[in-house]
Design a protein around this ligand. Structure first.
Ligand code: ARG
Length: 462
């Protein structure tokens, strides 16, 4: 029965519903290690400033270690009545060590406590993800090296544009995932700020030493303003923004893998262990892993939108709304960590089909720009060269052959500037090799890019 004054009018069931509704333990239980670490640091600091005795600190720290052990071993029951992880840890601590446990919460509030826990957790999650992304970059670099000489028809508007090195295409993803790691590491500096000491919102009457706690927990800074410290979730919004961008990158990659593996393309094959079959169509080998990763982008973008909207209407300082911040963050971190890991395991088994890619590049007149550039080098203005090549393409198309198969006489009829050496620029290898500058697709440039990327990764490795 409710102890509330108006309790008689309400069924006991309402209380249980509200209890279940407001409890966050099933979500925030995963913060236990951070919560206990934060509490230990807080207790030690309280000891150093003389608020707790040495014996009290000792009892609290030892008791907290035991609570942690019980949670690790799954021996601590989580119940809605105790709301959240903070209450579970404190109440179990008090059961173990007695009344001294009740002193732990001196000079702090769950408001600065939860913000501290969440920042610690986010920091760890970022570090894991950055390591995963660095591994994924290595996987792409290895793949690029293996496929430097493999020719892929590069597309714009999904139409054959110019031939490129498959390795060059791989290295584009290295750049994308490198930016993702840089974004996350940049966000990390703003995550790594200590809110503890703000207490409920205004600070505390005890002579706390916030830098002591910051040093113990590895925070690089202490939040300047107590109101901001408890109400700020910019770090969640920021990390989720970065994760949403990462999810979009992974989705674009997945989309390419899915297209390339489809029969009409036939550019690649993905390893059996990362594909699944159809229950009705025996011939099917579906790239489900890539499809699911593409699908995760919707979810992570949703997580970002959820936190932005969650924060939008909140006045300072802490509001219970903030309890809803964790599910989105945990979900996005989980999904991206798993996606990055599985992508890194799948890609080394990717097989290319160079013959198919070559045939498509030839059918698509991928060296047309090379022919135009050739005419420009002979003195023709680019716009006129463009027109000449356009006519050459039409001719080749009518005869169902590639540009390189047009007889010299026919080419010369289109422009007298053309001579027998033209065929060197019409072959795919010549087209690649000619784009020989920083950032270009010439295999030797791709090789140099691979070298630079390897060095960069080594420099920046966590
Ligand atoms: N479970 C809460 C959360 O996640 C902890 C903070 C609760 N603070 C409070 N004043 N009720 O935000």
């Amino acid at each position: 029965m409710s102890e509330k004054m108006w309790g008689g009018r309400f069924a006991a069931g309402t209380d249980r519903l509200v209890e279940a509704f407001t409890a966050s333990i099933q979500v925030d239980r995963r913060l236990y290690a951070e919560d206990i670490r934060g509490s230990m640091a807080h207790a030690r600091m309280l000891g150093r400033v003389g608020v707790l005795t040495e014996a009290e600190v000792e009892a609290i720290v030892t008791g907290l270690a035991q609570v942690r052990q019980e949670i690790v071993e799954d021996r601590l029951p989580f119940v809605d009545a105790l709301e959240d992880i903070h209450m579970h840890v404190e109440s179990r601590l008090t059961e173990i060590i007695g009344d001294v446990g009740k002193k732990l919460h001196t000079g702090r509030s769950r408001n600065d406590q939860v913000a501290t826990d969440l920042r610690l957790y986010t920091r760890g999650g970022l570090d894991d993800l950055v390591r995963g992304l660095q591994h994924l970059q290595n996987v792409f670099i290895d793949l690029a090296e293996r496929e430097v000489e493999t020719i892929l028809p590069g597309l714009t508007h999904m139409q054959v544009a110019q031939p490129i090195s498959f390795g060059h295409h791989c290295m584009a993803y290295v750049e994308m995932f490198h930016r993702d790691t840089q974004r996350l590491l940049d966000a990390r500096r703003r995550v790594n700020v200590l809110p503890l000491g703000a207490a409920a919102l205004a600070g505390t009457t005890f002579p706390i030493d916030r830098w002591d706690v910051a040093r113990q927990l590895g925070f690089e800074a202490v939040a300047e303003n107590s109101l901001d410290a408890v109400s700020d979730r910019d770090f969640v919004m920021e990390v989720l923004s970065d994760l949403a961008i990462l999810a979009v990158h992974l989705s674009r990659l997945s989309e390419e893998l899915i297209l390339w593996m489809s029969a009409p393309f036939g550019f690649i094959d993905l390893p059996d262990g990362f594909c699944t079959g159809s229950s009705i169509m025996p011939q099917k080998k579906n790239p489900d892993v890539a499809e699911i990763i593409r699908g995760k982008s919707g979810r992570v973008i949703g997580d970002l939108v959820a936190i932005l909207v969650l924060m939008k209407g909140q006045p300072l300082a802490y509001n219970r709304d903030n309890q809803e911040d964790k599910e989105t963050l945990f979900d996005a971190l989980d999904q991206m960590r798993a996606s990055v890991e599985i992508m890194g395991r799948m890609l080394p088994g990717l097989q290319t089909r160079p013959d198919v890619m070559r045939a498509q590049a030839e059918r698509g007149f991928a060296t047309a720009t090379d022919l135009a550039d050739y005419l420009v080098r002979k003195g023709l203005p680019f716009r006129d060269a463009h027109a000449v090549v356009g006519r050459a393409v039409r001719l080749a198309q009518e005869r169902h052959i590639g540009l390189e198969a047009l007889p010299l006489a026919d080419l010369q009829a289109l422009s007298p500037l053309i001579d027998g050496e033209v065929y060197a620029v019409l072959v795919l290898e010549g087209s690649l090799a000619a784009r020989d500058h920083l950032g270009g697709t010439a295999p030797r440039q791709v090789q140099a890019a691979i070298q630079r990327a390897r060095e960069r990764l080594q420099r920046e490795a966590l």
